[in-house]
Design a binder for this molecule. Structure first.
Ligand SMILES: [Zn+2]
Length: 121
C-alpha cells in the first residue's frame, strides 16, 4: 500500500527530458509545463521539429492520465530517457527509444496502454 507521502512524491513532479516537459500535479490540480521552443543538438543547435514537440506533449498528457516516472517504458513514447536525433530538416527530427525505434510516428506498447487502461476502468 502506497503512503500519502509516496503518492505525493510520485505525483509532485515528473520530467521527460532535459529539453522536455514536466508535469506538476497535486491533490487539486496539475500543470503541464513544456518549453516554448525545445532545442535539439543539431549543428548549430535549433528548435526541434513538430514531431518531437508532439512526442513531448503526448508524453506529458500520459503523465496527466496518472502515470508516474515509475511507469516509464523504454520501448515506446512513454520512455523516460528518449534520445534526440536531429534530422537534416526540422520535420525529420526524431526521438529514439530502446536504442533503435525512432518516433514519430508515435506509438505505445500494450504494456503502457495497459497501465493507462487499468487506471481508467
Ligand atoms: Zn515522463
Amino acid at each position: 500500500m502506497e503512503t500519502e507521502a509516496e503518492k505525493d512524491q510520485a505525483f509532485s513532479s515528473t520530467s521527460l527530458l532535459s529539453a522536455g516537459g514536466v508535469l506538476v500535479a497535486w491533490e487539486s490540480g496539475a500543470f503541464i509545463v513544456v518549453p516554448a521552443t525545445p532545442q535539439i543538438n543539431a549543428n548549430p543547435p535549433r528548435a526541434v521539429g513538430d514531431g518531437v514537440m508532439l512526442f513531448i506533449a503526448v508524453h506529458e498528457l500520459i503523465h496527466a492520465c496518472g502515470l508516474s516516472n515509475g511507469d516509464h517504458n523504454p520501448d515506446d513514447l512513454f520512455s523516460g530517457f528518449p534520445q534526440a536525433r536531429a534530422g537534416n530538416k526540422r520535420q525529420d527530427d526524431k526521438l529514439e527509444v530502446n536504442q533503435q525505434k525512432r518516433l514519430p510516428p508515435l506509438f505505445l506498447t500494450t504494456k503502457t496502454a495497459g497501465v493507462i487502461q487499468a487506471l481508467w476502468k
